[in-house]
Design a protein. Structure first.
Length: 342
């Protein structure tokens, strides 16, 4: 089971999956062994760019979990030198007394993308715990944090901070005040967040429950059930549904439009950006029937017009409760990479 993979093994799976999504690594690729030991490391042939350290053992485990598959093993032929003593041959660089495997051709399997998602989820969990712990461990009465302070203390970049705070808000683990002029500029752990950290149950919460989505102020809370026989609700006027409505999706995107209004841009430009986001919102609302080609176009447009808000849109559109999350993640990250490379 991929849940039993170590952090390093998941990191390898994540890297392979991401390079494939970026078009840098084909589904079938050739690996050259760099030593003849069992703990040998690898080099991916014809890969352009920096490669991480990938061990033979990690690839063996990934294959055992059916994330990759061996297509072909490259076996070298024995090389000997007639007339030369075995002792002298042993000191000859080209000497090879027996057949041995020098490389292997692998093929990526679909489940490697599930492993990538698990890796990213674990990273998100770690960052969520770091933010909650940072604020909870502060002196009584001042258990909140400013955006710049938290980022500096935990060495987080803007993208990581945005995604983690969106995640914490989705599960109703923090409160925030938008009056500071920045989204998640002033945050603190709420009662639920403190309890989850005290019980060390953050991962169990995420794996077993859907996010709580607050669409209205006060106690009226709508909750969407995205797993089998899993439903949670809170508040005096709770409403539990089995599928997303257009109002549900609009509620998720409300935070995006709030962020857009905070940007220092001309009104005409904001209108164009808003229209593009609404087009993305419309496609995302189709869940699994979302048009990948259309989303690719919308995200490319958004990446050029409003890179400052792109991460917030991606974080919202890839929310786990949305059926189009996988498609959106694929096209959005590609659009972002293209924009950064241009």
């Amino acid at each position: 089971m991929i849940n039993n993979l170590t952090d390093y093994q998941l990191e390898v799976a994540n890297w392979l999956a991401q390079q494939n999504e970026k078009g840098l690594l084909p589904e079938t690729f050739y690996v050259i062994w760099e030593s003849d030991k069992r703990e040998r490391t690898t080099e991916i042939s014809d890969f352009k760019g920096k490669q991480p350290k990938i061990t033979f053992a990690s690839l063996e485990i990934l294959e055992k979990e059916e994330l990759i598959q061996t297509i072909h093993k490259q076996i070298s032929k024995p090389i000997k030198f007639p007339g030369m003593s075995k002792k002298n041959q042993a000191y000859t660089p080209l000497y090879q007394p027996k057949k041995e495997e020098v490389g292997r051709t692998y093929c990526l399997r679909n489940d490697i993308f599930k492993a990538k998602d698990l890796y990213l989820k674990r990273q998100l969990l770690k960052n969520a715990e770091r933010i909650l712990a940072f604020m909870i461990n502060r002196p009584e009465g001042s258990q909140h944090g400013m955006r710049s302070e938290i980022k500096a203390a935990l060495e987080m970049d803007d993208e990581t901070y945005e995604k983690t705070c969106q995640f914490l808000q989705d599960y109703d683990l923090i409160y925030y005040k938008g009056s500071t002029g920045e989204l998640w500029g002033y945050i603190g752990p709420d009662k639920r967040g403190r309890q989850v950290m005290h019980e060390r149950s953050l991962e169990n919460l995420i794996l077993s429950q859907s996010p709580i989505v607050n669409f209205h102020q006060g106690d009226q809370i709508n909750v969407t059930n995205t797993g089998e026989n899993v439903a949670i609700a809170a508040g005096r006027q709770s409403n539990v549904t089995q599928s997303l409505t257009s109002a549900d999706v609009a509620g998720l995107f409300q935070v995006v439009f709030q962020r857009l209004e905070q940007l220092n841009l001309p009104d005409t430009q904001k209108v164009e950006i808003r229209e593009t986001i609404e087009l993305i919102e419309g496609e995302v609302g189709k869940e699994a029937d979302a048009d990948e080609k259309a989303l690719r176009h919308y995200f490319r447009t958004l990446a050029k017009m409003a890179p400052d808000i792109l991460d917030v849109v991606i974080a919202t559109a890839t929310n786990p409760i949305l059926g189009a999350a996988t498609i959106v993640r694929k096209v959005a990250e590609k659009a972002k990479a293209d924009a950064q490379g241009s």
